[in-house]
Design a protein around this ligand. Structure first.
Ligand code: BGC
Ligand code: IFM
Length: 814
């Protein structure tokens, strides 16, 4: 069952019922100001950091689901309704929500009155624009009221929902004409405030929530809206809000448009203290400038066109055309869009991540780069250096850092032993995309301390050596607190039996080892060695190559279980992910990574491992993380066994590592299977089962309940997941096979044999490659010939040259 449809021409998903199984959201904003916005106008806004600078308040765990938002109430006679249905939940005569690239359009009709709300964050601005058009579809003149409503958050979202003894006394506002200013904190800091304004005279306003809703009132039927008159309340403490009252009169067929702006304003240091004499009165200069940029419908329209142009340009760098409509849709639009959102948000703010907990992930942000770097390489470069600046001097890393301060999060600390290697992965992707080795010379701090800076190349060296120098009894890498699988905590040995696990217990025991990190070490170690060679660090390259060869041997000796790769050894040196185990006999992660690293390829281990994945881990909704699930709690394994069977890391379908298997399948040339793995979790391919899947059908979720769970097939944690980057990497670089490499662009597809081929346009280092792939013999892999601008080229890589701006490539598979 579907709740909408894809509109590929407009790059939108059109939701046709407000009652989606879960809120289906979109992200507004591309750089600093962001809003989350659901299909019923729920959500909130923040500037740079969802925890520290949150503009509007959201209520988690609320009933009904998905409340607070940026709402517009229409009071038409006795009927109160909202164009996005919530929060009044008045049944609409017509409803649609179009989620597009950085904007959402809501259209509601009730009693022949239509309201169309277009919400977006203009490029380069720190505000959300809400353009509201009201049309009288009837034959009579209509007089009605519109009430806007946002509830302000007192900036620090964590403090906002806990520190009531203080917060109920700090709220302050100012009102100037149609502009309502939220200035809590301004008295103290004098540098930032929010403004909520409309470009028309207002009949009234409210800034105090209790006045607006009424004592014990609800946002489904605020007292002010029910009575049809604002109270002109001026908040002092309690809960500041912004609400405008517009009185509207429309002749038959007439449309009127209003532009609402919710903005964040920061006074630069030199302006910060202007107005000090009148203590606490805000300096509105910058707000006035901001509002004047959007004070007509024409200006708002022009900003929307600019936003669409921005996205059309970004998405033009990689486009394909094939006989598979859903593939084209995902590659050309939604994969890349989700990559941008995960790059911007890391794991901070979604409807499943509170924006308060995680901030940016060291591992997560490095992986996000893999799918993002081709979109805006300069921002990728900046991000890599930001991440590296939080690294410790020994090469290990804070697991997370705060987006606003860019400082490592010492509450979470370090000890995730896969982290350092992800920095190599992200950097290799950047260099392959851009050819820019100058990043390696950048002086880069450790632990955010500039006095401890070295070149960035030295950071990479320390990353690699950290793994090399932290080996366990079998010479496999020590796992530390966890590797990619956050919940496999094998150093929980000091916990008393019967106690719950200590996820953040001793960060590194002497024994617990990870075969997954070994796979990563081999795969990304090869990149490290290649970069060393390029930099003339021959000795270091040789040392790395030797360590990699030894690690490959170690995996074959101590990490191969006969039919698949082992997962790990625990603190007691017991095998994890072995046929000898009672539960958790086989895990997905080492199968993906060891095959991607080609460990044991010649010995046939890669094929065998892939066959085992298919035999033991496959389901109709994707590949589960492990089998059998842990049926009871194991203190020595940590959080993993705290989940009921089939959920999350305990045998859920982790979408993130499904592409690892798909890529691994391309390594061994099985295009049909790589395709099957790709399509099974791919949003567009499972749109028809939206009632089972439940999350948005245009983006990936982190997890789908596995076959051992009662809700098999139900997804959770949509949007912010490494799945976005890995899937785009998989489909673009391994299935379609268009892969940036150090010396040029490689074209080496591994596609389902049913495909006749495809065409693609790929921009690479300033050159546009127009690629035609033909598959006359319907093979799964193999390049028979490659013709570049009429000349045959040996192999599958087009050596890079900046001479021509357009290059035609014809590849014949066979
Ligand atoms: C959290 C877990 C979560 C895991 C994967 C860990 O950091 O503690 O609760 O399941 O990450 O998201
Ligand atoms: O690898 C992690 C990721 O960093 C956060 N989400 C879950 C994954 C697996 O535990």
């Amino acid at each position: 069952m579907k709740f909408g449809y894809f509109d590929d021409t407009n790059k939108e998903y059109v939701i046709t019922s407000p009652k989606t199984p879960l809120p289906w959201i979109n992200y507004l904003g591309s750089e600093n100001f962001f809003s989350l916005i659901s299909n019923t106008c729920g959500g909130y806004s923040f500037y740079k950091d969802a925890k520290l600078l949150r503009l509007t308040r959201y209520r988690y765990n609320n009933v009904p689901l998905d409340s607070n938002g940026h709402y517009y109430y229409i009071k038409d006679g006795d009927t109160i309704w909202n164009p996005g249905w919530m929060p009044s939940k008045t049944e609409l005569d017509a409803y649609s929500c179009r989620h597009g690239m950085g904007y959402s359009v809501f259209k509601g009709t009730k009693n022949k009155l239509t309201a169309e709300l277009t919400s977006f964050v203009p490029v380069g601005e720190t505000c959300e624009v809400g353009k509201l058009s009201l049309t009288n579809e009837s034959n009579e003149t209509r007089n009605f009221s519109v009430f806007s409503y946002v509830e302000f958050c007192l900036w620090n979202a964590m403090d906002d929902m806990t520190n009531f003894q203080r917060n109920f006394s700090t709220g302050e506002v100012e009102i100037h004409g149609s502009a309502l200013y939220h200035k809590t904190e301004y008295r103290e800091r004098r540098n930032h405030y929010a403004v909520y304004a409309v470009n028309a005279p207002i009949a009234g306003f409210d800034t105090d929530r209790d006045s607006f809703l009424g004592a014990y009132g609800e946002n489904s039927a605020p007292e002010v809206v029910v009575n049809g008159t604002s109270k002109n309340s001026v908040a002092s403490g309690w809960a500041p809000i912004g609400s405008h009252h517009l009185e509207v009169s429309l002749a038959p067929g007439e449309t009127k448009t209003y532009v609402f702006v919710l903005g964040y304003v920061e006074n630069p240091v030199e302006e910060k203290w202007v107005g000090r004499a009148e203590d606490g009165v805000i300096n509105r200069k910058r707000a006035d400038e901001l509002l004047s940029r959007f004070d007509t419908a024409e200006k708002a329209d022009a900003a929307l066109v600019k936003l669409k142009d921005y996205w059309n340009e970004l998405l033009s760098h990689f486009t394909i055309s094939s006989s598979e409509e859903k593939l084209d849709r995902m590659v050309n639009i939604w994969h890349q869009y989700q990559c941008m959102v995960t790059f911007n948000m890391s794991r901070s703010a979604s409807y499943f991540e509170s924006g308060i907990g995680r901030g940016m992930g060291f591992r997560d942000s490095c992986q996000d780069l893999l799918g993002f770097v081709h979109l805006i390489p300069d921002r990728a470069r900046e991000r890599i250096l930001d991440i590296a600046a939080t690294q410790f001097e020994d090469g290990s890393a804070y697991h997370q850092y705060q987006p606003l301060t860019k400082k490592g999060n010492s509450d979470i600390g370090s000890g995730f032993n896969d982290d350092p290697l992800w920095l190599i992965a992200g950097t290799a992707a950047y260099i392959k995309e851009t050819g820019d080795y100058s990043i390696l010379d950048e002086m880069t701090p450790y632990d955010s301390d500039a006095s401890k800076a070295t070149t960035f190349m030295e950071h990479l060296r320390r990353s690699f050596h950290y793994t090399m120098e932290h080996l366990g009894p079998h010479n496999l890498p020590l796992i530390g607190r966890a590797d990619w699988n956050d919940c496999l905590n094998l150093n929980c040995f000091s916990t008393e039996p019967g106690e719950s696990f200590q996820t953040f217990g001793p960060s590194e025991g002497p024994n617990a080892e990870s075969v997954f990190i070994a796979g990563m070490f081999v795969r990304y170690g090869k990149d490290y060695a290649a970069i060393c060679r390029h930099q003339g660090m021959t000795e270091e390259a040789e040392l790395a190559e030797k360590a990699i060869a030894e690690m490959e041997k170690t995996v074959m000796d101590a990490g191969w279980d006969g039919e698949w790769y082992l997962r790990a050894y625990d603190h007691y040196k017991n095998k994890i992910g072995s046929k000898e185990c009672e539960d958790g006999k086989i895990f997905i992660e080492p199968q993906g990574f060891c095959v991607m690293a080609e460990i044991g390829l010649e010995e046939g281990c890669c094929l065998k491992a892939m066959e085992s994945v298919e035999k033991y881990l496959d389901t109709k909704y994707g590949i589960v993380l492990l089998q059998p699930p842990y049926h009871r709690y194991h203190v020595e394994l940590g959080e993993i066994s705290s989940y009921p069977p089939g959920y999350k890391e305990n045998a859920g379908i982790f979408c993130h590592n499904n592409p690892w298997i798909s890529i691994a399948e391309t390594v061994i040339g099985r295009g049909n299977r790589a395709w099957q793995v790709y399509t099974r979790t791919c949003p567009a391919y499972i749109e028809d089962i939206s009632e089972i899947h439940r999350t948005e059908p245009y983006v990936y979720s982190q997890m789908i309940a596995g076959k051992d769970a009662p809700n098999f097939g139900e997804a959770k944690n949509s949007w912010l997941t490494g799945t976005a980057a890995w899937t785009f990497l998989n489909v673009s670089q391994f299935i379609l096979g268009i892969r940036p490499d150090y010396d040029g662009l490689t074209v080496d597809p591994c596609i389902p044999s049913k495909l006749d081929g495809f065409t693609a346009k790929r921009d690479f280092r300033g050159v546009s490659y127009h690629i035609t792939v033909k598959n006359p013999n319907h093979v799964e892999k193999g390049v028979l010939s490659m013709i570049v601008d009429g000349q045959p080229v040996e192999g599958t890589t087009i050596p890079f040259s900046a001479e021509k701006k357009d290059v035609n490539v014809e590849v014949t598979m066979g």
